[in-house]
Design a protein around this ligand. Structure first.
Ligand code: AMP
Length: 170
């Protein structure tokens, strides 16, 4: 199954000059969604994963199912101000300005093995910030999984030293 052909390109979203990779055309297709999950699961099924940490919001589509299939817990990584209890935060740079990601302070126990999941790897800033949150709490990142890698942005270089896997490369 050619998963790459099921991703829709949306030019100039959310702002001019960005070619947005829209995954809704893939996930609405039962067979394609199942295939994507199966391939991601195949990659991590033998890893010792206690917790899946997924990134708001498209990371949850894959992270939740993977956590269930792995028999692991699920930890939401959210944008600033969304989590109700005590949080830890990390600020990271975007193309213009900065952004903040947060995780609950009690989301991960020291020594727990964590799988990080998101829909798409671009510059790697978001995934690196998530890794920083996991490590602040003493968690150990076992792998970082994406549906899509925009390889020309070289995000993997920001994730050097980690086990990084993506299903679809553009
Ligand atoms: P980055 O931190 O640059 O790796 O950006 C990754 C995050 O931004 C992911 O959570 C993606 O969902 C989103 N993102 C960045 N670029 C795109 C794009 N071209 N199409 C869709 N989502 C994107």
């Amino acid at each position: 199954m050619d998963l790459a052909s099921m991703i829709r390109d949306v030019p100039d979203f959310p702002k001019k000059g960005i070619l947005f990779k829209d995954i809704t055309t893939l996930i609405k297709d039962p067979k394609a969604f199942q295939t994507a999950i199966d391939m991601m699961f195949d990659y991590c099924k033998d890893m010792p994963v206690d917790v899946v940490a997924a990134i708001e919001s498209r990371g949850y589509i894959f992270g939740g199912v993977l956590a269930y299939k792995l028999g692991a817990g699920f930890v939401p990584v959210r944008k600033e101000g969304k989590l109700p209890a005590e949080t830890i935060r990390v600020e990271y740079s975007l193309e213009y300005g900065t952004a903040v990601l947060e995780m609950h302070k009690d989301a991960i126990e020291p020594g727990q093995k964590v799988l990080v999941v998101d829909d798409l790897l671009a510059t790697g800033g978001t995934a690196k910030a998530t890794i920083d949150l996991v490590e602040q709490l003493g968690g150990e990142v076992v792998a970082v999984l994406f549906l899509i890698d925009l390889t020309f942005l070289k995000g993997v270089e920001k994730l050097k030293g980690y086990d990084v896997y993506s299903l679809i490369k553009f």
